[in-house]
Design a protein around this ligand. Structure first.
Ligand code: C2E
Ligand code: MG
Ligand code: MG
Ligand code: MG
Length: 268
């Protein structure tokens, strides 16, 4: 009987949870609590450099397994945090966790290993962004050159207008920048040369479509070469795609074909 009523409760719970608004308000309500109670985790996805296929770095990706809601996608978490003013607290937690884990990753993969963290535009534009990230680095004894700040093209371009000095300051401190999800924004190519990024991450949509359209990837590759930026491709899922990328000469790779995101304990 207990099991039966438990199951009934469960069943009546689910349709409510499918309601987007209800789920959203629960996420907002419990986010602060989740940060404080260590419910949030980071998974790491290695980044490889061919042809040797050494892992040269990894991207930190936010994970939240909620006791009753189950898996909550990072984009849902980020949106909720942005809307409720928790984005700085959340991403400072991410940066700090990643810096602490980096020491262990360097033991596994070598001294030159770097770590990528995604930064929301709403966080980057906050006045204390630079001071906050500096103090996390000091506290964790991390070198800025080992941290790749991943920002989308549109965030970086709009920041060129409002926060050029901050961007320069972060560069001077040694931080590395990557333009994330490249090719999905609508920015003018003229801005690209002004972004002080070392990496361009080609969005996985292009990898998906590589068989029909290798031309766009080739175009971005040439663009990167002219801009003196390294070209990385996301979302590599098959051997076939990997062969085509060999032919195109795209050396930095990330995707399920190489490795899925996993907790630190599973990266061996
Ligand atoms: P992203 O930065 O572009 O990260 C890559 C996403 O692609 C990750 O999704 C990763 O799990 C997924 N992925 C990797 N390889 C493959 C593949 O071969 N095939 C497919 N289909 N997907 C692949 P995830 O972890 O769900 O994260 C989604 C997005 O959420 C990220 O996209 C990033 O924009 C955002 N995100 C995650 N963590 C954070 C964070 O701490 N801060 C901020 N601001 N955003 C975050
Ligand atoms: Mg990213
Ligand atoms: Mg991306
Ligand atoms: Mg993305």
């Amino acid at each position: 009987v207990a099991k039966r009523s438990g199951r009934n409760r469960f069943i009546s719970y689910i349709p409510g949870m499918e309601d987007h608004q209800l789920k959203r308000s629960l996420i907002i309500k419990e986010l602060q609590n989740a940060i404080e109670n260590n419910q949030l985790k980071l998974h790491y996805q290695p980044i490889y450099k061919t042809p040797n296929s050494n892992a040269v770095g990894s991207e930190a990706l936010l994970r939240w397994e909620h006791p009753s809601l189950g898996h909550i996608s990072p984009l849902e978490i980020i949106t909720a945090a942005e809307e409720t003013g928790h984005i700085a607290v959340l991403e400072n937690w991410v940066i700090r966790r990643a810096c602490l884990d980096l020491a262990e990753l360097k033991i596994l993969y070598g001294e030159n290993f770097s770590i990528g963290v995604n930064i929301s535009g709403a966080h980057l534009t906050q006045l204390n962004f630079v001071d906050d990230i500096k103090s996390v680095l000091e506290e964790t004894k991390t070198n800025a050159k080992d941290i790749v700040l991943e920002l989308t093209e549109s965030v970086l371009v709009s920041f060129l207008e409002r926060g050029r000095n901050t961007l320069q300051e972060l560069c001077n401190l040694g931080f590395v920048f990557a333009i994330d999800d490249f090719g999905t924004g609508y920015s003018s190519l003229a801005y690209l040369s002004q972004i002080p990024a070392s990496f361009v991450k080609i969005d996985k949509a292009f990898t998906n479509n590589i068989e029909n359209d290798p031309h766009t990837i080739r175009f971005i590759r040439d663009l990167c070469q002219n801009l003196n930026m390294e070209c990385l491709i996301e979302g590599v899922e098959t051997q076939e795609q990997a062969f085509q990328l060999d032919a195109l000469g795209i050396r930095y790779r990330q995707g399920y074909f190489y490795a899925r995101p996993a907790p630190l304990s599973q990266l061996t």
